[in-house]
Design a protein around this ligand. Structure first.
Ligand SMILES: [Zn+2]
Length: 1023
C-alpha cells in the first residue's frame, strides 16, 4: 500500500484551519453597536449600563491604554435562525496570541447581571440554544483597552505601563459585531479532526495507529462537502468514529485536568485591573460549569475571591454557589500566590492564616494543598510551615524553568530545613496554562519522572497570567482524550483527588532536601528596592505592633486593634504577590505599592505609639509622616539624654532585654578619629580602619585579634556592572555580568561627622553617600547608604575581601538558615551565582567568622578566590539594579539601605545582628516594662506575640529554634493562664501541655525543640 501520510497531514491541516474552523459560525447578520467611553478609571456596572451611548460601527478605532469603553450591542434574532443555536460574535480587535494581555471584556444583560467574558480566544456571547426567531438582543460589554506590553519583540522598554505616560492613541479597532448560527455538528467535527491530527503528530511515523488515524482523517475529509460543511459534518464524523472509539492502553498515563486561570494579582496591569480580570474569568467559568457536568475549576488566592465579593457581587453569588457544588475548588489556602523566597517567616504563616480563614468563613472549607505554580523559587522553610498549617500537598511547576539543571522528580517528598516533609507534584506538562494540545498531552507522559512506579500527573488547564481560563474547546478536547488509543488519558478531577491517587502510587517517594532554587530570575532579590524595603519594614512593624498591643491588652486592658492589624496584614500580604515584591511589574504597580506600604507603616507606628502609651511609655519620636523615601533608622545609636529604650526584638539590645522597655546599659561609647590620611572607628570590641578614599582596609576583632579584611585589600568597595540579561530584564541577571565591572574607587569627600565617617562618591549621573559608624554597643560596623541612582542597565554591588577560608556561606531563611557553597563544583552550584538571604549571611571558619546583615535587601554573592597562598572569600551585598522592562525607570531616584558587619561572628551572633538592625530600639521615657514572654535558652527566639486570630482573647506565642540544633528552654509568660496548649500555625489548639506550671500570676513551661522547629503556644487567660 502506498504511504501518503505526509500528504494527508498537510491536507487535514489546511482544511481544518481554512475551511472547517471558520464554518463553526454561519449566517452572519450585522448588529447595531453603540459605545460609551469612560475616559478614566472603571465605573460601576449600573453606571456603565445606564451611561450615554453614541453610535459606533465596525471599523471604528477605540480604546486608549488602560481606558474602559462600554459597548452596547443590539438587534433581533433573524426569523430564519428558528430552531438553531444562536450566538453573537464580537471582535473588538482581538489578537489570539495575546490572550489576557490585551483587550478583555465582561458582558452584561440590561439588568446588569453578568453573562460571560470576552477575550481573544472567546469572542462569542450565547444568545439562545434553540431560537424561535425574533428574540431581541441587547448586551453591554465593559471592554478594557489594556495595552500589549510583552509584545512580539519582547522586553522592549515601554511607557505604556502608567496611565499618565501611556499616551492618548487609540489602540484597537472593532472588526465584527454579528449575530450568527453556532453549527454544533461542525464544532464537534473540528474537535474530532483536531485531536486526531495532533495525536498523529506525536505518534511514531512507523506506528500502525498513526497510519490508521491519518487514513480515517483522509476519508473524513472525502465525506465533507467544503461548500456545505454544516450539511456534511455528520458524514465526516462518521468516518472517525472507529479511531476515536479505540481505547487507551491499560498502562496509559493519566492526566488530571483541572480548569484554571493563573491570574497574576498585578503584573503588566495594575491591581485594579486584576479585580476585573478575576470577575471576567470566573463569570465564564461558572457558565462553562453549567454546560458541562464533569468540568472542575480551581482558583487560588483568597484576595481574588475577596475582590469579586466586594466589587462584583453579582459574579460572586454564582461563584459561591459553584463552590458549594464542589466543582469550583478554592486551592492554595493563601491570601495571594506570594513570592516564596523573600517574605519573612511570620508573613509566610499569615499568608496561610488569612487565606484559610477566608475560605473557612466564606465557604466552610479549608484547602488541603498549597498551590504556587509560578513563584520564583521556594524556601527550604516552607515544608515545615506547610505541614504546620495543616496542608497535605504542595504544587508548583516553576522549577521546570531552570536554565540548566533538570529537576529529577515529578512527584516526591520535599524535605525542609527542619526535616518536615510534604508530598509535592510538579506537573510534568511543565505549564500552568495547558490547552490540552496533543504536544502537551504527550509531554506530560514522556516527561513524567516517576513512570516506573506511577502514572499520574496534573494539568492546570486554561488561559492564565492575564486570565481567560478554560474554554469550551479545551473541554471538547478533554472529552475525546478521556480514553483514546495512543494518548495519555485525560479526566477532569479535583486536585485533592489527584493527590490522593498520586500519593497512593508512590508509597516510598523520592526525597528532595532543602530549597527549590529557581535557576532564573535571580535579580528579583534586588530589583525595585522600595518593594523590599517596604515589605521588610512593615513585616517588622507588624510584629512590633502585635507585641506591644498584646502587652497592653494583657496588662492595661487596652483594646486590641484586631481590625487595624488585620487590614495592615492583608495589605502587606497582597504586596508580597509574586510580581510585586520581586519587582517585576509595571511602573503603575510599583508606585502604588510603595504608597500603600508607606500608609501601612504610618498606621502601624500609630498602633505602637498607642499601645506603649497605654503602658505608660512615651516614645521620644512621634509617628513619622508618610514619606516614600523615608527610612527607619532611629536606631542603634543612643542619644545620651534619653533614658529608656523600647526593644521589641527577641534579642537583647544595648542592655535592654528582649521584648522589654528599660534603661540603656552604660559603657564606653565607640569613638571615631583621624589617623594619618585615614580614619579609625574603635570600640571595646572592634577596630576598623578606613583609608582616605573611604575603603575599609582593616577590621580587627579585638577579642581574637583577627583582621577580617584580606591584607592589603579594600572592603566597602562599590562595584558597578553592566547588566543586560538575555531575557526578562527585571527578573534576570546573567552570569556574564561579572566580567563587566568598574570599581568606584574615587571619593569626592571623606570626612568625620559626629560619630560617623561620611564618604561621598559620584559616578555617571549618580551619587552615593555612605555613613560608616559603630553600633551603640560597639559590636558592629554600620554602613548607611543613600544612593541617588540614575543608571541604566547596571548592577551595583558592595564588596568586602574577607580573610576567611570557607567552603560555604550560611544565609538566613525563614526560621533558620541554609548553606551555599562558595565553589561551583557542580552545575547545580554553578547555577547559584546570585543568591538570597533574609536578614543576614555569614562566612566563617572554625573560631572566626564575619556576619553581614541588611535592613532591606536580599541578594548577595560569595566567591572564593586565591590570593597568594591562601583561599579567601569575596563577599558582596547586591544593592541596586536598573532594568528597563517592564518599568523603564525601575529603581531610579533616591534609595536608602543599611548594612551591618560583625567581626568574630558565628550563627548566633549573625542571628542576633539580623534581628537588631531590623528591629531598632526606640528611645522613650516613662515606665520600664518587663517582658511578657521570656525564653531561657537564647537559641529559642520568641518571634511573635499576639492575641488569637479567633478573637477569643487567648495569647499566641511563636518560638523557633534558631541554631539548627536541639534546644530545651523554659518559656515563662507573665500571665495568669488557665491552660497552655501547643497549637498549629493556624492557632488551632492541639495538645494540652500538662507540665505547664503556674505561680505568682505567671505560667512557665519547659519545651524541647528539634533543630529549626517552629512552635506555637496558645495560652487561655484566666477570666
Ligand atoms: Zn504568575
Amino acid at each position: 500500500m502506498h504511504d501518503n501520510q505526509d500528504l494527508t497531514l498537510a491536507r487535514v491541516t489546511r482544511v481544518l484551519e481554512e475551511r472547517l474552523r471558520p464554518a463553526i459560525h454561519s449566517w452572519p447578520r450585522p448588529l447595531t453597536l453603540a459605545a460609551h467611553r469612560v475616559g478614566g478609571e472603571p465605573v460601576p456596572v449600573a453606571y456603565g449600563v445606564a451611561a450615554g451611548y453614541v453610535p459606533a460601527a465596525v471599523g471604528d478605532a477605540w480604546g486608549r491604554a488602560w481606558d474602559t469603553t462600554w459597548f452596547r450591542v443590539t438587534g433581533t434574532v433573524p426569523s430564519e435562525f428558528a430552531g438553531r443555536r444562536v450566538e453573537v460574535l464580537l471582535d473588538l480587535g482581538f489578537d489570539i496570541n495575546m490572550t489576557g494581555f490585551q483587550i478583555e471584556g465582561l458582558v452584561y444583560r440590561p439588568d446588569g447581571s453578568p453573562v460571560r467574558s470576552l477575550h481573544p480566544r472567546a469572542q462569542w456571547i450565547p444568545v439562545v440554544r434553540e431560537a424561535a426567531g425574533g428574540e431581541p438582543i441587547e448586551f453591554y460589554v465593559e471592554a478594557a483597552s489594556n495595552p500589549v506590553l510583552l509584545d512580539y519583540v519582547p522586553f522592549l522598554p515601554t511607557e505604556k505601563g502608567e496611565w499618565s505616560t501611556a499616551g492618548e492613541d487609540l489602540l484597537y479597532r472593532v472588526r465584527r459585531a454579528d449575530v450568527v448560527v453556532f453549527e454544533t455538528e461542525v464544532f464537534e467535527l473540528v474537535h474530532d479532526v483536531e485531536v486526531l491530527l495532533q495525536l498523529a503528530g506525536q505518534l511514531d511515523a512507523a506506528s500502525g495507529r498513526r497510519a490508521k488515524i491519518l487514513f480515517a482523517l483522509d476519508r473524513a475529509l472525502d465525506a465533507v462537502d467544503l461548500q456545505d460543511i454544516a450539511g456534511t459534518a455528520t458524514a465526516g464524523r462518521a468516518q472517525l468514529t472507529d479511531v476515536l472509539a479505540s481505547p487507551a492502553a491499560p498502562s496509559a498515563h493519566l492526566i488530571t485536568a483541572v480548569g484554571h486561570a493563573h491570574i497574576d494579582s498585578a503584573w503588566l496591569w495594575p491591581l485594579r485591573e486584576t479585580v476585573r480580570k478575576v470577575a471576567r474569568t470566573t463569570s465564564s467559568m461558572v457558565t462553562l460549569m453549567d454546560e458541562h457536568d464533569d468540568f472542575i475549576y480551581a482558583m487560588s488566592s483568597a484576595q481574588q475571591y475577596a475582590w469579586i465579593k466586594e466589587h462584583r457581587p453579582e459574579v460572586y453569588a454564582r461563584v459561591k454557589q459553584a463552590v458549594a457544588g464542589g466543582r469550583f475548588v478554592p486551592v492554595g489556602g493563601m491570601w495571594v500566590e506570594a513570592d516564596a523566597v523573600l517574605p519573612g517567616g511570620e508573613a509566610m504563616i499569615r499568608q496561610f492564616l488569612y487565606g484559610q480563614r477566608f475560605f473557612r468563613d466564606e465557604f466552610g472549607i479549608e484547602c488541603r494543598g498549597a498551590w504556587l505554580p509560578d513563584s520564583f523559587g521556594y524556601s527550604g522553610a516552607l515544608p515545615q510551615l506547610l505541614v504546620g498549617a495543616g496542608f497535605e500537598w504542595f504544587l508548583t511547576q516553576k522549577i521546570s524553568w531552570n536554565e540548566r539543571n533538570v529537576f529529577p522528580h515529578s512527584s516526591f517528598d520535599w524535605e525542609g530545613i527542619d526535616g518536615s516533609r510534604i508530598f509535592t507534584h510538579f506537573p510534568s506538562m511543565d505549564t500552568y496554562n495547558s490547552q490540552l494540545s496533543g504536544a502537551e498531552v504527550a509531554r506530560a507522559d514522556r516527561n513524567f519522572k516517576e513512570r516506573s512506579v506511577g502514572s499520574s500527573s496534573l494539568a492546570p488547564t486554561g488561559w492564565g497570567d492575564g486570565g481567560g481560563g478554560t474554554t469550551r474547546e479545551m473541554i471538547a478536547r478533554a472529552r475525546r482524550l478521556a480514553d483514546l488509543e495512543g494518548s495519555a488519558r485525560v479526566a477532569w478531577e479535583t486536585p485533592d483527588a489527584f493527590f490522593e491517587r498520586a500519593k497512593a502510587e508512590l508509597p516510598e517517594p523520592a526525597v528532595w532536601k532543602g530549597e527549590l532554587y529557581l535557576e532564573r530570575h535571580r535579580a528579583t532579590y534586588t530589583t525595585q528596592h522600595k518593594m523590599k524595603q517596604g515589605n521588610r519594614r512593615n513585616e517588622q512593624l507588624l510584629g512590633e505592633a502585635e507585641l506591644w498591643a498584646s502587652v497592653a491588652a494583657v496588662r492595661a486592658s487596652h483594646e486590641y486593634p484586631y481590625e487595624v492589624l488585620d487590614a495592615a496584614w492583608r495589605e502587606v500580604l497582597l504586596l508580597q504577590f509574586h510580581d510585586i515584591l520581586p519587582g517585576t511589574s509595571i511602573a503603575w504597580v510599583h508606585r502604588e505599592a510603595a504608597e500603600r506600604h508607606a500608609k501601612v507603616s504610618t498606621i502601624l507606628e500609630g498602633v505602637i505609639t498607642d499601645a506603649l502609651g497605654a503602658l505608660g511609655v512615651t516614645l521620644d519620636q512621634p509617628t513619622p509622616p508618610v514619606e516614600l523615601v523615608e527610612t527607619h533608622h532611629h536606631d542603634l545609636e543612643t542619644p545620651a539624654r534619653r533614658h529608656l529604650l523600647v526593644n521589641a526584638a527577641p534579642v537583647a539590645q544595648s542592655g535592654v532585654g528582649a521584648g522589654a522597655v528599660g534603661v540603656a546599659a552604660t559603657g564606653s561609647a565607640p569613638s571615631v578619629s583621624t589617623s594619618g590620611d585615614g580614619f579609625v572607628l574603635v570600640s571595646e570590641a572592634v577596630r576598623v580602619a578606613v583609608d582616605a578614599d573611604g575603603h575599609v582596609i582593616s577590621a580587627v576583632d579585638l577579642a581574637s585579634g583577627r583582621d577580617a579584611i584580606v591584607a592589603g585589600e579594600r572592603g566597602n568597595l562599590l562595584q558597578l556592572h553592566q547588566d543586560f540579561p538575555n531575557l526578562w530584564d527585571a527578573w534576570d541577571v546573567d552570569n556574564s555580568y561579572r566580567r563587566m565591572r568598574r570599581d568606584l574607587d574615587a571619593a569626592d569627600e571623606v570626612s568625620v561627622d559626629g560619630d560617623a565617617i561620611v564618604v561621598r562618591r559620584t559616578f555617571g549621573r549618580s551619587s552615593i553617600e555612605q555613613r560608616l559608624s559603630l553600633s551603640a554597643d560597639g559590636r558592629a560596623l554600620l554602613i548607611d547608604n543613600t544612593v541617588d541612582w540614575q543608571e541604566t542597565e547596571k548592577f551595583l554591588k558592595l564588596a568586602f575581601p574577607i580573610d576567611v577560608f570557607a567552603d560555604t556561606a550560611i544565609a538566613e531563611t525563614q526560621f533558620g538558615f541554609h548553606t551555599r557553597t562558595t565553589h561551583d563544583n557542580t552545575s547545580w552550584e554553578n547555577a547559584r551565582f546570585e543568591t538570597h538571604t533574609q536578614r543576614w549571611f555569614l562566612v566563617r571558619e572554625p573560631g572566626f567568622g564575619v556576619a553581614f546583615a541588611n535592613d532591606s535587601s536580599y541578594g548577595f554573592d560569595v566567591v572564593r578566590s586565591r590570593r597568594g597562598g591562601a583561599v579567601v572569600c569575596d563577599v558582596r551585598f547586591s544593592m541596586l539594579r536598573a532594568p528597563r522592562f517592564p518599568d523603564p525607570r525601575a529603581d531610579l531616584g533616591v534609595q536608602q539601605m543599611r548594612f551591618a558587619l560583625a567581626f568574630g561572628a558565628d550563627e548566633a551572633r549573625a542571628t542576633e545582628l539580623g534581628w537588631a538592625i531590623n528591629t531598632p530600639v526606640r528611645p522613650a521615657s516613662g515606665a520600664e516594662l518587663q517582658p511578657l514572654v521570656t525564653s531561657s535558652d537564647p537559641r529559642v527566639l520568641i518571634s511573635a506575640v499576639k492575641l488569637a486570630d479567633d478573637r477569643s482573647g487567648d495569647l499566641i506565642v511563636r518560638l523557633y529554634e534558631s541554631s539548627g540544633g536541639r534546644a530545651t528552654t523554659e518559656v515563662s509568660v507573665d500571665l495568669p493562664a488557665t491552660s497552655v496548649r501547643e497549637a498549629d500555625l493556624l492557632e488551632r489548639p492541639d495538645e494540652l501541655l500538662a507540665h505547664a506550671a503556674t505561680s505568682d500570676g505567671r505560667v512557665s513551661v519547659g519545651l524541647a525543640l528539634r533543630p529549626f522547629q517552629v512552635l506555637t503556644l496558645r495560652l487561655s487567660q484566666a477570666r
